[in-house]
Write a protein that binds this ligand. Structure first.
Ligand SMILES: Cc1cc2nc3c(=O)[nH]c(=O)nc-3n(C[C@H](O)[C@H](O)[C@H](O)COP(=O)(O)OP(=O)(O)OC[C@H]3O[C@@H](n4cnc5c(N)ncnc54)[C@H](O)[C@@H]3O)c2cc1C
Length: 379
């Protein structure tokens, strides 16, 4: 089977990998370089963690996500995962962390609950005046996103996949199925996969999908010298309320700690205004001002912009349209499921699994069975 994949972010590359390792003839096209630094997937790291608020469906899929990454690491010959542990703080008003704890209890995911006193004792660089308690998990960590994309490109190349960078797709015909390229060329295939990230709305128009690009700014920070080693060993921190907050990634592989804004901007166009202003960088930096002891001794090192593709309920979309499959709406939490999405989508395209259920599984439906079987499964 010949499959053309539009988009070389984590979703397109993972699907191409899963298709190629099952024997399909695959062409990947991207409007930019592969990987494209403007794509949502392109940053030094992305987090994977079990706490998922009240969403038991996605929390349940995190185990599948880890299994899928393990399959990829085996193919790549090395792991691009760095365990960090997970710390989620809860304030006076019960919110996301309380929901996460209840969901983890339900699913039997190992975790512990720390009192404010324990949080202060174990993490003395955090100001905890307004922390009621916290959730701590040994699990969770950072996926080295750019490293994964680059290694996937090399893996695809070695499997004979055709990789076409700087090649924009301007029209999609799911029925024939074919693609019209910016050069005027028409590319025919047996199946098409569209994983265009925040550009989805420019290509998939009839009918459009309910997703919206959202420009987000992240900052890399420099801790005071005596805390540099501490930030290498601190867990990821999720300090999120319902409408505000930040998350932090520790200093993984020398990249420096990273701070991200929990809220969606729901504005912006992914090909424009990519350099954040000083004010935008400062605004994200200040999100942790009340959380870090001696905050005035921290420095803002670098600010970057990146785009979410937001679905109102933050549910992923995998939609079949004639002979095309559209993957979209991965919002701010899709990367961790990249390898799992790729394997599941390829299985359905190649007819190894019934398509019924794939869309619900991707949307985090709680009733859907696992699509990535455990290693000892004969399924
Ligand atoms: C700041 C930030 C932090 C995040 N943190 C996390 C996290 O901690 N954990 C997590 O799980 N997820 C996280 N995410 C979300 C995750 O990164 C995304 O859900 C995921 O990367 C989406 O991948 P994608 O392949 O769908 O899109 P992209 O990576 O954007 O890939 C789409 C590709 O399609 C190409 N393309 C588009 N249109 C065309 C066209 N017409 N022709 C040819 N090529 C085209 C683009 O050039 C691009 O390379 C974060 C996202 C951001 C922005």
């Amino acid at each position: 089977m010949r499959v053309a994949v539009v988009g070389a972010g984590i979703m397109g590359l993972s699907t191409a990998w899963a298709l190629a390792r099952s024997g399909a003839t695959v062409t990947v096209l991207d409007q930019g370089s592969i990987p494209n630094p403007l794509g949502s997937s392109c940053d030094r790291h992305r987090l994977i963690r079990y706490p998922y608020g009240a969403s038991a469906g996605y929390a349940r899929r995190v185990e599948e996500a880890y299994r899928a990454w393990d399959i990829l690491w085996k193919d790549l010959g090395q792991s691009y995962y760095r365990p960090t542990g997970t710390l989620a703080l809860e304030g006076a008003r019960a919110g996301w962390t309380t929901d996460s704890r209840d969901t983890l209890d339900l699913l039997g995911v190992p975790h512990s609950v720390l009192s404010r006193h324990e949080v202060s004792r174990r993490f003395p660089y955090l100001r905890c005046d307004d922390v009621e308690w916290a959730l701590y998990l040994e699990s969770g960590g950072a996926l080295l996103a750019q490293g994964i994309l680059t290694a996937l490109r090399q893996d695809l190349d070695s499997r004979g996949v055709t990789l076409r960078s700087q090649t924009q797709v301007v029209e999609l015909d799911p029925a024939s199925p074919s693609l019209r390229l910016g050069t005027g060329e028409r590319l025919e295939a047996d199946r098409i996969v569209v994983a265009a990230g925040p550009w989805t709305g420019e290509l998939v128009t009839q009918p459009p999908l309910p997703v919206q690009p959202s420009r987000q700014v992240v900052v890399y920070i420099e801790p005071p010298p005596e805390l540099r080693d501490t930030w290498r060993h601190t867990p990821m921190i999720l300090d999120v309320g319902s409408a505000s907050g930040f998350y932090s990634v520790p200093d993984v592989d020398g990249h420096g700690p990273k701070i991200g804004d929990h809220t969606f901007s729901l504005t912006g166009a992914p090909s424009q205004e990519r350099d954040p202003t000083d004010a935008e960088g400062q605004a994200v930096f200040q999100l942790c001002a009340n959380r870090l002891v001696d905050f005035e001794r921290y420095r803002l090192r670098e600010a970057r912009s990146c785009f979410y593709t937001v679905h109102a309920d933050e549910r992923f979309i995998i939609q079949e349209r004639d002979k095309a499959w559209i993957l979209a709406g991965f919002s701010g939490h899709g990367f961790k499921f990249g390898a799992a999405m790729g394997l599941a989508t390829a299985d359905v395209i190649l007819g190894h699994r019934d398509p019924e259920g794939l869309a619900l599984w991707a949307a985090g439906d709680e009733q859907q069975p696992a699509r990535i079987p455990p290693p000892d499964s004969t399924n």
